[in-house]
Design a protein around this ligand. Structure first.
Ligand code: NAP
Length: 252
């Protein structure tokens, strides 16, 4: 795959930072934009900047704020006229204060928690596509990948619980598919998918890792390698679908 200009939303930590590191070291010709709410506070991005210089540009972007997404789009548009790959990584399962926490039962559901989860997991990712997609339509292969989660699959839901996260990821999957249908009419070369990274050792999964067999818990760099392999192998026929880290399709 010849991805030259790449945007990683949520590139300051977790899986997003691992994707930034992998791409900068594996693709010496690539220029990366990495966004975060406070990129200047990311030790990982500072380290990458020291090593790779101006090949890495950081952007301030809060995916829960449409104006912030619009402003980041203008900044990227001033720096380049096309993108070849955009990966949206934002995800909210719990907050640092443990106020928002995955629900076990109906009595745990809070309207505010549902709204915050939808803002980060569903509305934000489709706004990223809404504002950036034109940069990915240029007659050559380009990929929009949004990090999703298997628990967003309705047909796979045998356990229940985690209402806000499940429902917002299910909504994200529907929005991704709907965008893929529209974008296919605009460019046969633009592939738009959702990706489930597997269970990865990050802040998001940390409180739930004791239930995960060790062999199933991936390091962020391993997960990033898997996801980039899946992205490299995608064809236009895959657009609109959801894949796991091994490249296997997940039913909605
Ligand atoms: N880790 C897993 O086991 C796992 C499993 C399935 C799916 N996923 C999905 O993989 C993706 C990455 O998760 P992770 O494991 O890397 O989680 P993480 O380490 O907790 O990182 C969360 C990411 O979401 C971003 N984010 C949260 N709220 C945001 C907001 N309002 N505006 C912009 N960015 C925001 C954070 O950016 P800031 O730096 O700006 O806070 C950060 O990049 C998520 O979509 C998650 O649902 C992860």
């Amino acid at each position: 795959m010849s991805a030259d200009n790449i945007l990683i939303q949520g590139g300051a930590r977790g899986l997003g930072l691992a994707l930034v590191e992998r791409l900068l070291s594996d693709r010496p010709e690539a220029c990366l934009f990495a966004s975060a709410r406070a990129p200047e506070q990311s030790e990982g991005l500072q380290r990458m900047h020291k090593r790779h210089g101006d090949r890495l540009q950081t952007l301030t972007l809060d995916i829960a704020d449409a104006n912030s997404i619009r402003a980041a789009r203008e900044t990227v548009g001033r720096a380049c006229d096309r993108l070849d790959l955009m990966i949206t990584c934002a995800g909210l399962l719990h907050d640092a204060e443990r106020d928002l926490w995955p629900e076990k039962r109906l009595a745990d559901i809070e309207a505010d928690h549902l709204a915050r989860s939808f803002a980060v997991n569903a509305t934000g990712p489709i706004l990223m596509i809404r504002h950036f997609h034109d940069l990915l339509i240029h007659g050559e292969r380009a990929v929009i990948a949004t990090l999703s989660a298997r628990v967003g699959s309705i047909s796979d839901n045998g356990l229940g619980g985690w209402y806000a996260y499940r429902a917002s990821k299910a909504a994200q999957n529907q929005l991704t598919r709907t965008a893929a249908i529209e974008l296919r009419r605009r460019s046969a070369e633009l592939i738009c998918v959702g990706l489930h990274p597997g269970t990865v050792d990050t802040a998001l999964s940390e409180p739930f890792q004791q239930r995960v067999p060790e062999a199933q818990l991936q390091r962020p760099d391993q997960a990033a390698t898997h996801l980039l392999k899946v992205i490299a192998n995608l064809t236009p026929d895959d657009s609109g679908r959801l894949f796991d880290w091994a490249g296997q399709p997940i039913n909605p």
